[in-house]
Design a protein around this ligand. Structure first.
Ligand code: NDP
Length: 463
């Protein structure tokens, strides 16, 4: 149980914990062969929370961990559609309905060629505990397809979305399952998906979040994940009597989360100097200011171009095939692209270069051994479950606005987002202290989320 090794007095007990986690994991792995990301997410979770069973043996008696790793329901379906050349294409669609212990299933849809059941189970599993941390009544789910929107025309994306929703619509609903966006699913895709749902169900209801504000979306939803990650980072600094003001920040990705992380770093007086995509990263030592960010948003959201064009346009360095973690002199790193995009070697580089805070805008971007090293080296580490929960939190606020036939202004939603992020930070911090692991947000966030879901499961009996 490496996370605890620094807590010497607990060492023996923690070795027992590690042994128990290993036995539990053997079972999980046997039942989910080759679902590597799912194994990784489950292992990280249960290594962190296992000590809670000493205080709450009833959770083990009720086999809560064994029930939690088994999705309540998984739907896998064929998505046939016709491309612009008239050829028939076939993709695979998924919805993993992981847990409805504290509310209807809630979580994004991902369209990316790497999507498979293991990745979606990892994301749905993480989502359950993240949603519990938001303080909102949301269960956890995730879905998507191996469809790649890159290089596809708007018409092709529309036809794919319509084909995808033609099956998904019978499984979702206001009190059942409310999907949102994720990688490859932004405002355009949510629009097409919503249109098809409305046509099939003959009802206009908020069954998706991330809608445009003109027809039921919440202001600040596009900003929420990136803004929230930076609010969480600010809270981590504040806990040490400092702020993000004047800090140099490395950001990966250049999609939704990365873009609004840059914007909020700028608002809070920091300086974001990198962005990336799957081909490489740019380093702009002067900082990605509001004007440059507007250019990036046009590049990525409208023209759908590559980040290398930034380097040509603004005359800065582009590093093909590399990630930004080797850039020197940064105080903060915010991985905001995808899972497993910050490895042990890169963590060593960050530490050698004096990094102080790492907060995950993406889901599980940091590999487990890198997480351990960062924490053991005294770097403040904000896990995605806590640090990127702002997106789903504002999705929850979008649902509340839809249910009340109302909409709140930007300031109101932004203030609520800040409040939720501060609360997630406080609960994670306090729970870590309660379990003798001060500053360890992995332990704090996981135990706080787990405890809430487990208690609800006990209340509701064996279902
Ligand atoms: P986008 O599709 O808007 O952007 C994704 C970015 O990550 C792009 O720059 C993309 O580059 C890059 N990327 C994707 N896959 C890879 C890969 N395999 N290797 C390298 N780079 C990659 O997605 P989001 O910004 O919405 O999501 C980013 C992360 O944040 C994901 O982990 C997601 O699960 C997480 N997240 C998102 C939330 C949201 O509200 N959107 C909420 C909470 C978490 P390229 O264009 O080259 O593919």
């Amino acid at each position: 149980m490496q996370y605890y090794e620094s807590v010497g007095s607990h060492h023996e007990r923690m070795c027992e914990v590690q042994q128990t986690v290993h036995e539990f994991m053997d079972d999980v792995v046997a039942k989910s062969v080759a679902q590597f990301e799912f194994h990784q997410a489950v292992q990280e979770m249960f290594e962190a929370v296992w000590p809670i069973f000493e205080r709450h043996p009833e959770f083990l008696e009720a086999r809560i961990p064994h029930r939690m790793v088994e999705a309540e329901r998984i739907i896998i379906f064929r998505v046939p559609w016709i491309d612009d050349s008239g050829a028939v294409q076939v993709n695979r669609g998924f919805r993993v309905e992981m847990s409805s212990a504290i509310g209807p299933y809630k979580g994004g849809l991902r369209f990316h060629p790497s999507v498979n059941l293991g990745i979606l189970k990892f994301l749905a599993f993480e989502q359950v505990f993240k949603n519990a941390l938001t303080t909102l009544p949301l269960g956890g789910g995730k879905g998507g397809s191996d469809f790649d929107p890159k290089g596809r025309s708007d018409n092709e994306v529309m036809r794919f979305c319509q084909a995808f929703m033609s099956e998904l619509y019978r499984h979702i609903g206001l009190r059942t399952d409310i999907p949102a966006g994720d990688i490859g699913v932004g405002a355009r895709e949510i629009g097409y998906l919503f249109g098809q749902y409305k046509k099939l169900a003959n009802e206009f209801s908020g069954i998706l979040t991330g809608k445009n504000p003109g027809w039921g979306g919440s202001l600040i939803r596009p900003e929420a994940t990136g803004y929230g990650t930076v609010y969480f980072t600010e809270e981590m600094f504040r806990a040490k009597g400092d702020t993000i003001h004047g800090k140099k920040v490395l950001i990966s990705g250049s999609g939704n989360v990365a873009q609004y992380a840059v914007e909020n770093v700028n608002r809070l007086g920091g300086r974001a100097v990198t962005l990336s995509d799957s081909d490489g990263f740019i380093h702009d030592p002067h900082g990605i200011d509001a004007e440059k960010l507007a250019w990036v948003m046009d590049l990525k959201n409208e023209r759908r171009g590559r980040i290398s064009e930034y380097a040509e346009h603004f005359g800065v360095e582009y590093y093909a095939g590399q990630r930004p973690w080797g850039v020197e002199g940064a105080d903060v790193a915010l991985p905001c692209a995808t899972q497993n995009e910050l490895n042990l070697e890169e963590a060593k580089q960050l530490i050698a270069n004096g990094i102080r805070v790492v907060a995950e805008g993406a889901n599980m971007p940091t590999e487990p051994d890198a997480v351990r090293l960062l924490i053991d080296s005294g770097v403040l580490f904000g896990p995605g479950k806590a640090a990127n929960a702002g997106g789903v939190a504002v999705s929850g606020l979008e649902m509340a606005q839809n249910a009340g036939f109302t909409s709140w202004n930007r300031e109101e939603v932004d203030a609520k987002l800040l409040n939720i992020m501060s609360e997630i930070h406080r609960v994670s911090r306090e729970t870590a202290e309660e379990f003798d692991a001060p500053d360890n947000y992995i332990i704090g966030a996981n135990i706080a989320g787990f405890r809430k879901v487990a208690a609800a499961m006990i209340d509701q009996g064996v279902v």
